[in-house]
Structure formats: structure tokens, C-alpha cells
Design a protein around this ligand. Structure first.
Ligand code: SAH
Length: 213
């Protein structure tokens, strides 16, 4: 698995594109400048790896557009050692970005094929999540709760209650909410029963699915 000077150069350009689109977090830009996105995609799409676009991965899913990954990660505002739950492991690209930010990452994927593939692949290229889980993200991960941060990387038709319940006080949940298009939504838990909600623009994700089909 090669990460050449050409790949590094294209990645540098991608980071500049992210800056031009409004991403300002140095930590996020640095992490995305390091993760070799081309290795997370099927070889047929290699030449597209450093365009700011979503692309197909296995099981009819997509690797999110780099801008979307940057936007969500910036909003999540992760610091070193925080416990982060990701819903929708997919290719593992976002997981790798979170690992590089120094988070303890737990990530749930509901497609067995993707779970198996990414579970083998991520450690192979040096990204070690705390736990990758094959399961249903609507339920969160009760046995490891509470989390400092929760990130949903599929379009959620509604906000699953367990995700709000599994957030620490002071914690942040970033979730795209909607059926065909989604509104990026940030919840900050301000107390045992209180949350502050902010809506931050429209995005398009593959849907978060409830049953395993
Ligand atoms: N973070 C991924 C994005 C993948 S797309 C990446 O960087 O590549 C969204 C992913 O969410 C898909 O892999 C899809 O299978 C998964 N997903 C959909 N519904 C889910 C659910 N209920 N629980 C967990 N994962 C789910």
C-alpha cells in the first residue's frame, strides 16, 4: 500500500480546498493532511481520492466528502483522550481522522461486510480504534457510555434518544437529521436533562438504517 509524493501533494491541495471552503481548525486540517484517503477506496476510484467528493465503497455505501468529514469533525471539537462514539464506520476514514486527533474511538457499523473489511484494514495502516463494533447505531453503546463526543455519519430520520442519553454533561452530539437531505445538527448537553441545539446547514448523506437488510 503506497503513499507516494504524488498522493501527498494531492492531499496538500485537498487541505487547501478545505481551507478555501471555510474549515479553520488546525488540528482537523493537519489530521486530514495525514490520512491517506486513497487507501480507503476501491482501486477503481484511486484517481478520485483527493477530489472533494463522496465516492462508493462496499455494500452500496459511500466514503463521505472530505469537506463533510472536516465540517463534522470541526463541529465535534475533539481533544486528546476524549471518548468518542462514531455511528457508521464505513470505510474507516473518519475513524482514522478521529484516532489522529488523539480520541479513544468506538465506532459502530451495521453492515457486516464493511465491519469485517474495516476491522482488518484500519490496524493494518496504523490506526487503532478502541473498539469497532458490528451493531445498530440507533442504540448507541450503552456498556461504554457516557461519551464526550458522539458523531453520526449517516442521515438520521430522527435523533435517537439513546445517543442523547449516552452523552456526558458538557458533551457534544453531531448528527445530520432528515430523510432525503439532512440538516447538520449539534446538541450540547448542558445538564442532566437539558440540551442546547444548533442547526448548521444542509448536507446529503446515505440513510441511517434501522434494520439489517
Ligand atoms: N464514516 C464513514 C461514512 C460511511 S457512510 C466513512 O468515513 O467512510 C455511513 C455508514 O453508516 C455506512 O457504512 C452505513 O452502513 C452505516 N450505517 C447506516 N445505518 C447504520 C446504523 N443504524 N448503525 C450503524 N451504522 C450504520
Amino acid at each position: 500500500m503506497i503513499d507516494s509524493f504524488k498522493h501527498k501533494g494531492l492531499r496538500h491541495k485537498l487541505v487547501q480546498t478545505l481551507v478555501s471552503k471555510g474549515i479553520t481548525s488546525e488540528a482537523v486540517l493537519e489530521a486530514m493532511g495525514k490520512v491517506p484517503r486513497h487507501l480507503f477506496m476501491d482501486s477503481g476510484f484511486l484517481e478520485h481520492a483527493y477530489q472533494d467528493k463522496a465516492f462508493p465503497i462496499a455494500a452500496n455505501q459511500t466514503i463521505s466528502q472530505p469537506y463533510t468529514v472536516a465540517f463534522q469533525t470541526e463541529l465535534l471539537d475533539v481533544s486528546l483522550g476524549q471518548k468518542v462514539l462514531e455511528i457508521g464506520t464505513g470505510s474507516g476514514y473518519q475513524t482514522a481522522v478521529l484516532c489522529l486527533l488523539g480520541a479513544e474511538v468506538y465506532s459502530i457499523e451495521r453492515q457486516l461486510e464493511l465491519f469485517k473489511k474495516t476491522n482488518l484494514f484500519l490496524p493494518k495502516i496504523g490506526y487503532v480504534a478502541k473498539r469497532l463494533i458490528f451493531g445498530d447505531g440507533y442504540k448507541g453503546l450503552k456498556e461504554e457510555a457516557p461519551f464526550d463526543r458522539i458523531l453520526v455519519t449517516a442521515g438520521a430520520p430522527f435523533v435517537p434518544k439513546p445517543l442523547l442519553a449516552q452523552l456526558k454533561v458538557g458533551g457534544r452530539l453531531v448528527i445530520p437529521v432528515g430523510e432525503t437531505e439532512q440538516i447538520m445538527t449539534l446538541f450540547v448537553r448542558t445538564g442532566a436533562k437539558t440540551f442546547e441545539k444548533q442547526e448548521l446547514g444542509q448536507f446529503k448523506f446515505v440513510p441511517m438504517l434501522e434494520d439489517k437488510s
